[in-house]
Design a binder for this molecule. Structure first.
Ligand SMILES: [Fe+2]
Length: 203
């Protein structure tokens, strides 16, 4: 008998059709009306300012709904039950031709993306292994499997889906060849982490 064990896998949590269509419509309206600034690399991607969820009832509801999942994802990452806070959220409006460079989210442990509209298949979120690892450099450009590619495409996403991932994960969006794509992104931190009695608090 032979078996393959994936060592040190990175978790990514996907919540399918988690946000209902009424909430999606309300959040789309906030994205379209809100004050936006262009991305530094392309004017086809606009971000809203950081939004305080307290200003919009629907965002407050969304935070409350996704909160328990952030906490259970945090337990998976750190093996500790902690209080988690979604400390900031913002909306991304990606027009035809726009893209988002590979990036990570600083000052955060868990990041999330809520798909407010459907995402054209050309503009599916791509995750990339961090560069500079001590691995063989014989890789496939086209992801064919977890063990022989340094990218992974989140395909098959629908409006209302949510993904949670560790904030250090590189991710980006290739040029959008479809209709306008709106996502909501957020960052979350725990109240505290405890490593063998060495505690660090966040606020
Ligand atoms: Fe991001």
């Amino acid at each position: 008998m032979s078996k393959v064990i994936g060592l040190f896998p990175t978790p990514l949590m996907k919540l399918d059709t988690f946000v209902d269509s009424m909430m999606l419509e309300q959040i789309s309206a906030i994205a379209r009306q809100g004050q936006k600034s262009s991305n530094s690399a392309t004017d086809k991607l606009a971000h809203t300012q950081m939004i305080s969820a307290d200003e919009h009832q629907v965002l407050k509801q969304l935070k409350e709904k996704v909160g328990p999942h952030v906490a259970s994802f945090g337990e998976l990452l750190f093996a500790e039950k902690r209080q988690w806070t979604i400390k900031e959220l913002w909306l991304n409006v990606l027009d035809y031709g726009g893209s988002q460079f590979m990036h990570t989210h600083a000052n955060s442990f868990i990041s999330g993306v809520v798909y407010i509209t459907r995402s054209h298949s050309s503009a599916n979120t791509v995750f990339r292994k961090s560069t500079g690892g001590g691995e063989f450099i014989f890789r496939n450009d086209v992801p064919v499997g977890h063990f022989n590619s340094d990218t992974w495409v989140l395909s098959d996403v629908a409006a209302g889906d949510v993904v949670l991932f560790p904030s250090y994960m590189l991710h980006g969006v290739p040029p959008n060849e479809g209709e306008q794509r709106i996502t909501l992104a957020f960052n979350a931190i725990p109240d505290q982490l405890d490593s063998l009695g060495y505690k660090i608090k966040f606020q």
